[in-house]
Write a protein that binds this ligand. Sequence first.
Ligand code: BGC
Length: 350
Amino acid sequence: MRALTVVPGQAGSLAVTDVPDVVAAPGELLVDGLAVGVCGTDREIAGGEYGSAPIGRDRLVIGHESLGRVAEAPDGSGFSPGDLVVGVVRRPDPVPCGACARGEWDMCRNGRYTEHGIKDVDGFGSERWVIEADRAVRLDPALADVGMLLEPTSVVAKAWDQVDKVGGRAWFEPRTVLVTGAGPIGLLAALVGVQRGLDVHVLDRNSDGPKPGLVRALGATYHIDDLATVSDAVEPGVLIEATGAPSVITAALTATRPYGVTVLTGVTAPGRPVPLDVGAANREIVLENDAIVGSVNANLSHYRAAAEVLERADVDWLRALVTRRLPLERAPEAFEDAHEDIKVVLEISS
Ligand code: BGC
């Protein structure tokens, strides 16, 4: 069967190749791949900067923002042929740490987790894939065009869960959220903020393209001023950082009002130092009881929360996040950066 594969660590190795057919083991669903979304992590893997192949193999099937249709499901699995499904990305360790053993693989402590399409296990960018029934999430049929947004939405649901948990250490009723970055993660984080009834502000550097309109369509406010100016004006109680840009992150550390919760979601590359007045930042964070928390990946509860977020959203708004749809054969084009792209999707079959 055809699959999108790469030799991790080797830039320029991305290709649609033939790989052996998959066979469902007991308890697994056999799934027809419909589409995968492409994100910054995929681009890093394709650039040779991230990711690892399964042990004993050179090539990794990539694609972790999945959408498929169940072809075969074991009796009693709760799934039926025809169901729309998404596969959970992260797998507990071979030797689970305490968190992984409790289903909190998104909080893995020993780093021995694996990730479909990223770290040591094949992803979902293939004509067929298999997944254990208890590691698959069923989607409402109305989300057939946009279900590949579930995985990034699960990452956002985890980030908001961190806001609640960290904020919950004392009285916490934030009214205003500032999201930095209007890419898929930032826009989906803004969507959740609006669904929660908050006053949502989104900061990005683009003044043209589809982003300003998408933010306004949510009833949120779009900003292109620098972060310090915007945060002084809106005084966010919550900040969700989704640019991964060092200068934005630096400013984000001190951008909230007292008892603010800032969640960092970007997996950035090292090597771009920026100046920071650590004394000033530390004093503000300490005197305000601010919290800065990193957040990655998602567990099953976040996937389920994300499915509810997408079901409650306007499907046309979600469709507009997908700015390019390409057939699998044209995958390399999906990895080229286009200025106005939000989410690029590779269609495997219809
Ligand atoms: C994925 C996460 C993953 C992270 C680190 C992100 O792009 O959405 O599921 O944990 O990369 O590999």
